[in-house]
Each structure stands twice: as C-alpha cells, then as structure tokens.
Design a protein around this ligand. Structure first.
Ligand SMILES: C[S@@+](CC[C@H](N)C(=O)[O-])C[C@H]1O[C@@H](n2cnc3c(N)ncnc32)[C@H](O)[C@@H]1O
Length: 171
C-alpha cells in the first residue's frame, strides 16, 4: 500500500515559499531568455511586472505567448503542470521550479512525455520564507527545473537531463 508522508509545514507557508532572485536570473541566462510573466505570484513576490495570482488564476487564463517562469503553489503543482502542457500546445512556454517527484504519476504522465528539458541544480535550492523574507537554511526536498516548450516542443521519448553547476549556489 502506498503511504503518503504528510508535511508538518502549514499549507499557506508551503504554497508561498519564494524563489531566490539569483535562481530566476541564472535561469534566464542559462536558457538565453527573458521571462515574460510570473505564472504563480502576488503583488509582493512576483519576479516579473506581469503575473498571475490566486485572484487572476493561471489555471483559468491563457498564458502569454513566449516563455514564462513558475514556482507553483506546492498544493497545486499537479494542476499547474497539467496546465503547462495545455498551454505549451498554443506556444506559451514555461520554466518550472518543482520538487523532484520522479515516481509520481503526474511526473510520468506530463513531465516525462511533454517536457523539453530538465535542468538539475548542483544542490538543494534554499527557498525564501514568505513571512520573514529570510532564506531557509535547507529545503527538506530536492528541486529541479522543468522546461515546457522551446526548441523541441511536443511529445518526446527522451527528456534530456542537464546538470547546471552554478544553479543551486548563490554566486
Ligand atoms: C511558491 S509561491 C511563488 C512566489 C514567487 N512568484 C516566486 O517564485 O518566488 C506561489 C504563489 O502563487 C500564488 N497562487 C496561488 N494560486 C494561484 C493561481 N491559481 N494562479 C496564480 N498564482 C497563484 C500564491 O499566492 C503564491 O504567491
């Protein structure tokens, strides 16, 4: 029987951890792109001028054509990934920071079949606590970066794993 491991971190905190700015900037450089929109944000934590939020949901609006950034709310990550696959088909590409859930159904159904690349940071990303703005000493899980769209859109049999040495460390 499959057992789920319940996190002790309250949902509102798990859903709101922020991405360090240097990770966002490093990804723009590594992928040679400028993110058009932060797909999961609010007015205080958006990395871009343009963003979707709990009120103007990325799950019910079309995403801009081009490449956007997303660190989804933890409890909605599967919905966001499913939506990324739908939006990829219309040319709205996205770059996700996600927990590494390799044996989960959504990874196999959506990421393995539709992602165009997976970037692997050199270490765990330390997220920023939403309530204090402090960087957490260590995340209790590993993260990776999943790219939907770009050079090789559509179904792929093999998703390249690209190890990115500088990504987990602040320069
Ligand atoms: C993990 S935080 C990411 C914060 C910030 N954009 C970053 O990357 O550092 C997820 C954010 O998504 C917002 N959010 C929740 N539901 C959403 C939805 N349906 N559409 C867009 N954003 C949503 C939350 O309010 C929260 O600010």
């Amino acid at each position: 029987m499959q057992q789920s491991v319940e996190s002790k971190v309250p949902v509102n905190m798990r859903d709101n951890w922020r991405t360090p700015r240097f990770v966002f900037e490093h990804l723009q450089k590594a992928l040679e792109t400028e993110f058009l929109c932060d797909l999961a944000a609010d007015i205080h934590n958006s990395h871009c001028d343009r963003y979707f939020s709990a009120e103007k949901s990325a799950l019910s609006h079309d995403w801009p054509i081009g490449t956007s950034f997303c660190n989804p709310p933890f409890t909605r990550k599967v919905d966001f990934v499913r939506r990324a696959v739908e939006q990829q088909a219309r040319g709205a590409f996205s770059v996700f920071v996600l927990p590494v859930d390799l044996v989960q159904k959504y990874t196999q159904e959506h990421i393995a079949k539709h992602a165009t690349a997976v970037l692997v940071p050199a270490c765990r990303i330390s997220y920023i606590k939403p309530e204090t703005g402090e960087t957490a000493t260590s995340a209790p899980f590993e993260s990776y970066v999943v790219v939907f769209g770009g050079a090789r859109p559509g179904n792929v049999d093999h998703v390249p794993f690209i190890w990115v040495p500088g990504l987990g460390y602040e320069p």
